[in-house]
Write a protein of this length. Sequence first.
Length: 293
Amino acid sequence: MQDITPFQRWMIVIGVMTSAIMVLLDMTIANVALPQMQGSLGATSDTITWVLTSYTMAEAVFIPLTSFFSGKLGERKLLLVAVTGFIVSSTLCGQAQSIEAMVLFRIIQGAFGAVVIPLSQSLLIAVFPPEERGKAMSIFSIGILLGPILGPTVGGIITQNTDWRWVFYVNVPVGIFCLLMIYFFVHISNKREAKIDWPTIISMAIGIGMLQLVLDQGNQKDWFESRMIQASLLIAIVGIVFFVYRSFKTRSPVAPIWMISNRNLALGSTMMAIFVSALFGLTAQLPMMLEGY
């Protein structure tokens, strides 16, 4: 635990919690702006959803890499790089003129945002004594819950009163505030030897990416009547199977899948998956459905 004052500790909480809210807000803030984006970017109703899925896919792939990058750069430098990259990529999203550019910038945005939440939790554990960690994590969890909840509301207000591009530009002042808080109050490095199983990461990225392509394009391509869908599904299955195999065989797995053998963890993970699927599925589809009424 670092020798810092209580004031510094709570400033760190404010800084990392605001960073987490910013990252999680972007998972849902763009949902209500999808109809406006569709016309502006020349996208179809099928391709515009990639604005949402590309962000979450990038986060899913890069979250396991947090420990590796943290070991190489240290927590403070990595958090500064992540927030800076998030600000820049948010600006690029606001400047996008095509659906292809928007998806690319959202992938970059998700990649930078992925490390923020696990890194923030690691920092709070490092700077707070054991007897205060529960309180700090509880306050931080408020931000975790507020982000996705406030996203559609904030996005709706911005889209209704300004241009849809401001749902991304709003991250700039918030991100600058986070940068200042991190720069002045976070002074933890903790560089260490870090290893990563790249074949596992690559297979996971390919598996998730191809599966998402199947789900997004399946209806449009008439599902398994399409050779592309058949090939994509086959690649997805191979990637996911190889990822699971490597996770059991390697000494330092990206995701310790063997922990799912714990009944409580398996049940909790299943319930969370169902909850998140329903929540984000509805928030993604409702704006598009209600736009027609």
